[in-house]
Design a protein around this ligand. Structure first.
Ligand code: NAI
Length: 458
C-alpha cells in the first residue's frame, strides 16, 4: 500500500490526541488520528468521567442519609451497583457518541489499530504507513504498581475498581493521592469500610498543608481510616479477600486492595526510542513548546512529565496544533493548571501552595487569607465546612488559590483566572459576586486580603 501523507499524524486519541486533531482540522491541516482502543481514551472510558459519575451517585446516597436533618423524609435502601454502572455507562455513551460525531464531521482520517512509530515521520498501523509532516505522540498512561505487587485477582487498579458489580464490604486503598481519596470517598458513601495507606506524612500530599489537614479531619469524621507515613510491605490473597501488611507491623483484612500509587507513561514498544526520541524513565522529554529532540515530533498529555490531567492534555493538544499551523501560541506554565480532587469534601487548587510561594518570594513576602465557609450562606445551606485560601505576593498579585468543601471544584475557574491573569486581591474585591453562591467566598477572601474583610473574622 502506498504511503499516505498528512500534515499531522497523531498517535493516540485520548484528551491530548483528539484535541490536537480537532484543532488541526479546524486550522485546515490534514490530520490522521490513530487509536487502538476507543476514541476519548482513559478520561472518557476509564478515568475522569466514570469516576465522577460514581462520585455523584455517592453524593446522592449521602444526601439521602442526611436528609432528615433538613426535614426531608427519605430512607436509603441501598446501592444497586448494576444500576449505578448503567447510569455511568449512559453518561459515557452520550459523550462518546458526541465525540465520534465531532471527529467525523471534522474530516479527520480516523484510523483504528495499534500504531507504531517506524520512522521519525511515519506511524504504521496494520501495514498501513501514515506519513506526517509532523507527528504528535499522545499515547497516554496506565495504572502503575510497585515492584513485586501484581494487579491480579483481588489486588486491583482503578480500571478493575470501576468494573465491580457490587459494593465491597471492605477495601484497603494503597496511595492517598487523587485516585486513592476519590475511590475511598465513593466506597465509604456506598457503605464499605475503607482504610487508606499513604507513604507520605499526609493525604493528598501535593496540596497546601492546611488542605491536607482539612481532608484528613473530614475523612476522620466520615470514619474513613487512614495510615499516613506508612509503607506497604506485602499482601496475601485468598478467594474471599486480602491481608495487607505495612512495614510498621499493621495487618489489615479486606475484600480488595486498590493500588493507586500513580500512573506511568504508556510509551513501551511504540518505537519512540528506536527513532531517537529522548526519554526519561518512560516519559517523553520535550521543551516548553512540547517539541521533542527529533524535528517534527511533538508529545502531549500524560507521557510528558508533569501533571497528568485531562484538561492539561486538551490544552497541550490545541497548543501543538496551533504551533504546527504557525500561530505561535502562548505557553501556560504548569502551576497555572487548575487541579480538582472530587472526593467529599472536594479539593480545588491552582498556582502555588503557601510553602511554594514562600520558597519563591521569601517568607516575609507572602500574605495569605483563609476564608471559612462558615461565613458563606450557600455553604451553610449545603451543610459543608471548609475554606478558601488565597496566597498573594506581598503588595503583589494572587499566586495561589486553594479550596476545600462540598462542590468547591466548581470554584477553581475563578481561581485560575485570578492566578493566570496575575490579578491583585483588590481587582477581585472590586467585582460583585452573586449572592448566595459559594463563589462569594472567593470574593470574601479577596476582600480580606485587600484589607477590607466583610463577613470574616480574620
Ligand atoms: P498520585 O501521585 O496522586 O498519588 C499516589 C500516592 O501514592 C502518593 O501520595 C504516594 O505518596 C503514594 N504511594 C506511592 N507508593 C507508595 C507506597 N509504596 N506505599 C504507600 N504509599 C505510596 O497518583 P494517583 O492517585 O494514582 O493518580 C494518578 C494520576 O491521575 C495523578 O497524576 C492524578 O492527578 C490523576 N488523576 C486526576 C484526577 C482528578 O483530576 N480529579 C482523578 C484521578 C486521577
Amino acid at each position: 500500500m502506498a504511503d499516505q501523507q498528512y500534515d499531522i499524524v497523531i498517535l493516540g486519541a485520548g484528551s491530548g490526541g483528539y484535541a490536537a486533531a480537532l484543532r488541526g482540522a479546524q486550522l485546515g491541516l490534514s490530520v490522521a488520528l490513530v487509536e487502538a482502543d476507543k476514541l476519548g481514551g482513559t478520561c472518557l472510558h476509564r478515568g475522569c468521567i466514570p469516576t465522577k459519575a460514581l462520585l455523584h451517585a455517592a453524593e446522592v446516597a449521602d444526601e439521602i442519609r442526611h436528609s432528615a436533618g433538613i426535614g426531608v423524609k427519605a430512607t436509603l435502601e441501598g446501592i444497586d451497583m448494576p444500576g449505578v454502572n448503567s447510569y455511568r455507562d449512559g453518561v459515557i455513551g452520550k459523550l462518546y457518541k458526541g465525540l465520534q460525531g465531532l471527529v467525523s464531521a471534522a474530516s479527520i482520517e480516523y484510523v483504528t489499530g495499534w500504531g507504531r512509530l517506524v520512522a521519525p515521520n511515519t506511524v504504521e498501523v496494520d501495514g498501513r504507513r501514515l506519513v506526517g509532516r509532523n507527528v504528535i505522540l499522545a499515547s497516554g498512561s496506565y495504572s502503575k504498581s510497585i515492584p513485586g505487587l501484581d494487579i491480579t485477582g483481588r489486588v486491583i487498579a482503578s480500571e478493575q475498581a470501576l468494573q465491580l458489580d457490587h459494593v465491597p464490604s471492605s477495601v484497603v486503598v494503597l496511595g492517598g493521592g487523587v485516585i486513592g481519596v476519590e475511590f475511598a470517598s465513593v466506597w465509604k458513601s456506598f457503605g464499605a469500610d475503607v482504610t487508606i495507606i499513604e507513604g507520605l506524612p499526609n493525604l493528598v500530599p501535593n496540596e497546601d498543608p492546611v488542605v491536607s489537614k482539612a481532608v484528613e479531619r473530614a475523612f476522620r469524621k466520615r470514619k474513613i481510616a487512614f495510615h499516613t507515613g506508612a509503607r506497604f510491605s506485602g499482601v496475601t490473597q485468598t478467594d474471599s479477600g486480602v491481608t495487607v501488611s505495612t512495614e510498621d507491623g499493621k495487618s489489615i483484612d479486606a475484600e480488595y486492595l486498590l493500588v493507586a500509587v500513580g500512573r506511568g507513561p504508556a510509551t513501551a514498544n511504540l518505537g519512540y526510542e528506536e527513532q531517537g526520541v529522548a526519554m526519561d524513565r518512560g516519559f517523553v522529554l520535550t521543551n516548553e513548546r512540547l517539541a521533542t529532540n527529533v524535528p517534527g515530533i511533538y508529545a502531549v498529555g500524560d507521557i510528558v512529565p508533569g501533571l497528568q490531567l485531562a484538561h492539561r492534555g486538551f490544552q497541550q493538544g490545541i497548543f501543538v496544533a496551533e504551533e504546527i499551523a504557525g500561530l505561535n501560541p502562548v505557553v501556560v506554565p504548569e502551576s497555572g493548571i487548575p487541579r480538582v480532587t472530587y472526593c467529599e469534601p472536594e479539593v480545588a487548587s491552582v498556582g502555588l501552595t503557601q510553602p511554594q510561594a514562600e520558597e519563591k518570594y521569601g517568607k516575609d513576602s507572602v500574605e495569605t487569607v483563609d476564608f471559612n465557609l462558615a461565613g458563606n450562606g450557600k455553604s451553610q445551606i449545603l451543610g459543608t465546612t471548609g475554606f478558601i485560601k488565597l496566597v498573594r505576593e506581598k503588595d503583589g498579585p494572587i499566586v495561589g488559590f486553594h479550596a476545600v468543601g462540598t462542590r468547591v471544584g466548581e470554584l477553581v475557574n475563578e481561581g485560575q483566572l485570578a492566578v493566570n491573569w496575575e490579578a491583585y486581591p483588590e481587582d477581585l474585591a472590586s467585582l460583585i459576586h452573586a449572592h448566595p453562591t459559594q463563589n462569594e467566598a472567593v470574593g470574601e477572601a479577596a476582600l480580606a486580603l485587600a484589607g477590607k474583610p466583610l463577613h470574616s473574622h480574620n
